[in-house]
Design a binder for this molecule. Structure first.
Ligand SMILES: [Zn+2]
Ligand SMILES: [Zn+2]
Length: 349
């Protein structure tokens, strides 16, 4: 028997509502952070168990992906345990010296409700066959100050490596933000063609925390792009550097983040509109209250109240049905939602 099968899966049997209630009742101040590293992890199952044992003992919450190629973590840590957490992380060979990206906003709602650590084939689903190109041939990093210079340089191309629902609420000045990419996989597939006229220009790419650009820059270079650099630590770290060094902030709006907060405000501008009324200036994301739908949408306060937290009248009606009927309709309703064109169905974890 191999080691992986001996490790018991960690199962949290509480209901979603219960997890929320428990997390909300725990009012200890927490530090929300993210980090990633491409590093060789020979046995991800065993590594996962090590993280799970330690981090659940320290009451950490979050979503962490572990793969043979590395780790990608979005999580929070009770402030009282921070020193212990940090000391432990630094003592692990795979993690020592890993740069943390600390969230700028601590919201009223906790950033996570539970601790999930999953073993995956890859730390970011990119759809690429890594054997076909040199994944270590990544682009050089740009600091926040250098990023600003690129943005001001008419010769440089700024490209947003994130999905449409992310760039919709916030992006860099002068950035190309393709509005039909819903997944990173799709974006990587089509970017070389989309950007081919810029092949010989200098290019700066960016994403939320930097991890997607590690792969994307290597991929673009493999596809013949001469001069691709990427923003180190992504938008999260850009904000920190801007504040620390008193630089001009060239990011407009919000940085979409993959936790319960759904966004960190980087500048005061609101650059998007409510998806429901298409009128109010708004950049607050919500998930439709109908669990079958759970669509991510931007909704203003008025619309949210009018629709009682649903993305549509139909979702509200379906949700009112008795449980038994709802279950029977779920499959068909799901198909209907996927075909719907008004806004993209974007499920998070
Ligand atoms: Zn509205
Ligand atoms: Zn809905």
């Amino acid at each position: 028997m191999n080691v992986a099968t001996q490790v018991k899966p960690h199962r949290d049997l509480r209901s979603r509502t219960q997890k929320r209630a428990d997390a909300a009742a725990d009012t200890r101040p927490r530090i929300t952070l993210s980090f990633y590293r491409y590093v060789n992890i020979s046995n991800p199952e065993v590594f996962r168990q090590r993280l799970l044992d330690k981090w659940s003992a320290l009451d950490c919450l979050g979503r962490i992906y572990v793969a043979k190629e590395g780790i990608n973590a979005q999580m929070n840590v009770p402030k009282m345990y921070w020193d212990q957490f940090d000391a432990w992380v630094q003592s692990q060979t795979e993690l020592a010296g890993i740069p943390y990206k600390i969230a700028v906003e601590e919201g009223e709602i906790p950033s996570f409700f539970k601790l999930t650590i999953k073993v995956r084939d890859k730390v970011v689903a990119d759809g690429l066959d890594d054997a076909t190109f040199d994944v270590t041939n990544t682009g050089d990093y740009l600091t926040a100050a250098e990023m600003n210079e690129y943005i001001d340089d008419p010769e440089a191309v700024i490209f947003d490596m994130r999905n449409n629902y992310e760039s919709e609420v916030g992006h860099f000045e002068n950035a190309i933000t393709p509005d039909d990419f819903v997944t990173f996989r799709d974006e990587l597939k089509r970017t070389p063609e989309l950007l081919k006229i810029h092949k010989n220009k200098k290019m700066a790419i960016y994403c939320t925390g930097g991890i997607r650009c590690e792969k994307a820059s290597a991929w673009l270079k493999h596809n013949g792009f001469k001069d691709v650099k990427h923003l180190k630590g992504g938008i999260i770290d850009y904000k920190r550097q801007v504040e620390e060094q008193g630089l001009e902030n060239k990011f407009k709006g919000k940085n979409f983040v993959f936790d319960e907060r759904l966004g960190e405000r980087i500048s005061d501008e609101i650059i998007s509109t409510c998806h429901l009324c298409r009128q109010a200036k708004c950049d607050t994301h919500h998930h439709c209250k109908n669990q079958i739908c759970h669509t991510l949408f931007i909704g203003c306060d008025d619309c949210l109240e009018k629709r009682r937290g649903y993305c549509s009248w139909r979702c509200e009606q379906i949700d009112k049905l008795p449980e038994k009927l709802k279950k029977r309709y779920a499959k068909y309703y799901n198909q209907y939602i996927r075909k719907r064109k008004n806004f993209n169905k974007t499920k998070l974890a």
